[in-house]
Design a protein around this ligand. Structure first.
Ligand code: ATP
Length: 303
């Protein structure tokens, strides 16, 4: 990559603190390569997102590099989508689902920087999904089902550590689970019933390796919608492990369909669906409309 203006956003808390040492290494390596590096990091996610967006929108950077997990990719997507500024990813998070899907190095700062340097002149164009009325982009998966409730509970749990936090969240949400009332409209297809899960996938993976939409492709101009009917708590718990391999799609009552736009609504036929999250970050409550914007994002991910 020829010397240019590179904006960098570091999440020092990513990957249980992996982001902290990765930050100075990324900044130092890029500066040593002759780039004009602008550190856009901030003490909070909101401030970092605002400074990244302002730098891209104000034409202060030619490239944006995020250092962290899927949440930082989400931040980068929301700054770079529908612009000509490509996004580079140094994946040091806990899940790194988007980096994995893009075939990027994970937990290897030097290898990630090498990919960024190599792809600088030839970024890859991928689709991004745009959700309204929240006005947010995402690249991975939007979830508005039991998995979203679990991840919201896990993020709110500040007492438990590491994977214990996730285990507690699964147990807690399964205990209180009652099927949610959904109406999903995708093209001329309407799916309306009490259900366990609704996901709108641009990429295939969510939640640190769960292959929720194994056939989703980042640059096919389509969204893969995955819906699951109302399952009992026990049945939901037995289906879950197979989701890491995508085996859930063989389960009766779980369907998938493709569309370029999807509307998700809550109905009174079940409990209120959880607040939706996308790329692992909270997005907002239903109703939501999601539309794929083909080729809206440039990523430094090699050819
Ligand atoms: N200074 C900061 N800048 C950005 N995000 C921050 C900051 N401090 C804390 N965070 C939190 O970090 C979260 C994003 O974490 P990120 O996704 O980068 O890493 P991770 O959670 O370890 O990885 P993954 O999402 O891949 O599992 C945000 O939701 C935000 O709340």
């Amino acid at each position: 990559m020829r010397p240019q203006r590179v904006g960098v956003v570091v999440n020092p808390t990513a990957g249980a603190g992996r982001g902290a040492p990765a930050g100075p290494r990324v900044l130092g390596t890029l500066r040593a390569a002759g780039h004009d590096v602008l550190d856009l990091s901030a003490p909070t996610l909101e401030k970092a997102a605002a400074s990244a967006r302002a730098a891209v929108a104000g034409d202060h950077v030619d490239v944006l590099v995020v250092v962290g997990g899927d949440g930082m990719v989400h931040l980068g997507v929301n700054a770079c989508a529908a612009t000509s500024v490509p996004l580079g990813v140094v994946a040091v998070g806990s899940g790194n689902d988007t980096a994995t899907t893009l075939g990027l190095p994970v937990h290897d700062v030097d290898a990630a920087l090498a990919v960024i340097a190599r792809s600088g002149e030839r970024p890859r164009r991928i689709d991004a999904a745009y959700a309204t009325p929240v006005g947010r982009w995402y690249v991975g998966v939007l979830s508005a089902g039991l998995d979203a409730a679990v991840s919201a509970r896990a993020s709110a749990d500040t007492r438990s550590k590491g994977s214990m936090r996730y285990v507690r969240a699964v147990v807690g949400e399964l205990r209180r689970f009652r099927p949610y009332g959904y109406r999903v409209v995708a093209g001329d297809r309407v799916w309306e019933q009490p259900g366990t899960l609704v996901a709108v996938a641009n990429g295939p993976v969510v939640g640190g390796g769960v292959r929720i939409a194994p056939d989703a492709v980042l640059d096919d101009g389509q969204l893969d919608v995955v819906v699951a009917r109302a399952f009992s708590r026990v049945r939901a718990a037995t289906i879950f492990p197979g989701m890491y391999r995508g085996a859930h799609l063989r389960t009766q009552g779980i369907e998938t369909f493709r569309s370029t736009a999807v509307v998700l609504e809550a109905t009174a036929a079940g409990a209120a669906p959880p607040v939706a999250c996308a790329d692992g970050e909270v997005l907002g409550p239903l109703p939501l409309r999601v539309e794929v914007r083909p080729g809206a994002l440039l990523v430094l991910a090699g050819p």
